[in-house]
Design a protein around this ligand. Sequence first.
Ligand code: FMN
Length: 221
Amino acid sequence: MTDSVSDTIARMRQDYRAGRLRRADLAETPMEQFSIWFAEAVRADLREPNALTLSTLGLDGLPNSRILLMKDFSEAGITFYTNYTSRKAAELEASPGASALFFWEELERQVRLRGRVEKTSREDSAAYFFTRPYESRIGAWVSTQSVVIPNRAWLDLRTEEFRAKYPDTGAPDCVPLPDFWGGYRLVPTTVEFWQGQPGRKHDRFLYTQTNGTWKIERLSP
Ligand SMILES: Cc1cc2nc3c(=O)[nH]c(=O)nc-3n(C[C@H](O)[C@H](O)[C@H](O)COP(=O)(O)O)c2cc1C
C-alpha cells in the first residue's frame, strides 16, 4: 500500500449518531425486532436492504462468506434461494450452521443472525421460482454454480440451449423448477442488533434462545 493510500484510509472515520437503541424499545423476539428494523431499512429507501452476507464453514475448515438476497422472513427465520449443488450447499450439507449479516450503512446498523440452516419445502421453492423473471429462471438452469467453467461463451451457449428448450410463453411455469435449485431457511438461535453511537460506544443487544424463550443482554461495544 502506498503512503497516500494509507493516509486516505487513516482519514476514513465516521462518527455514528443516526439513533439510539434502548433495551426498553426492543421487541420480545428477535424476528419481531428484525421486522421493525427491516421496515425502517425499506422506508430509508436503501438500494438492497435484503442483501446479507452468509458465512458458512468451508470444507477446508476456513469460514466462507458471500452476499445473498433474503427473499422472505418470518418468526421461523430468514429465507434465501440458491443452487443446491453450489459450494455453499456442499458446505451446509457438511455443516448446517451459518451466520447471516445485514449491514444498513445509512442507518448505522448491523444485524447478525446465527443458527442452523434447513431447506425450504419444494412447494415454497416453486412458489418463489415462478415469480422470477424469465431470464432469472433460465439462469437457474444455465448456472452450474461454483463449478469451474471454460469461458463466457460456454455460458452464452448454454443460455441459448435452455431458451430453446424452455421458450418464453409468458406463463410463469414455462421454465420448470430445477430439482437442484431452491431455498434455505436460517433458523436463528442468537441474533444481535447493533446501532452505531458516538465515540465508538455503540448499542449492542444479543438475543439468545434458551428453553424456547429469548434472553436479551446488552453487550459491550
Ligand atoms: C448483491 C448480490 C446478490 C446475490 N444474490 C444471490 C442469491 O440470492 N442467491 C445466490 O445463490 N447467489 C447470489 N449472489 C451470488 C453469491 O454472492 C455467490 O457468488 C454465489 O451464490 C456462489 O456462492 P458459493 O460458491 O459460495 O456457493 C449474489 C451476489 C450479490 C453481489
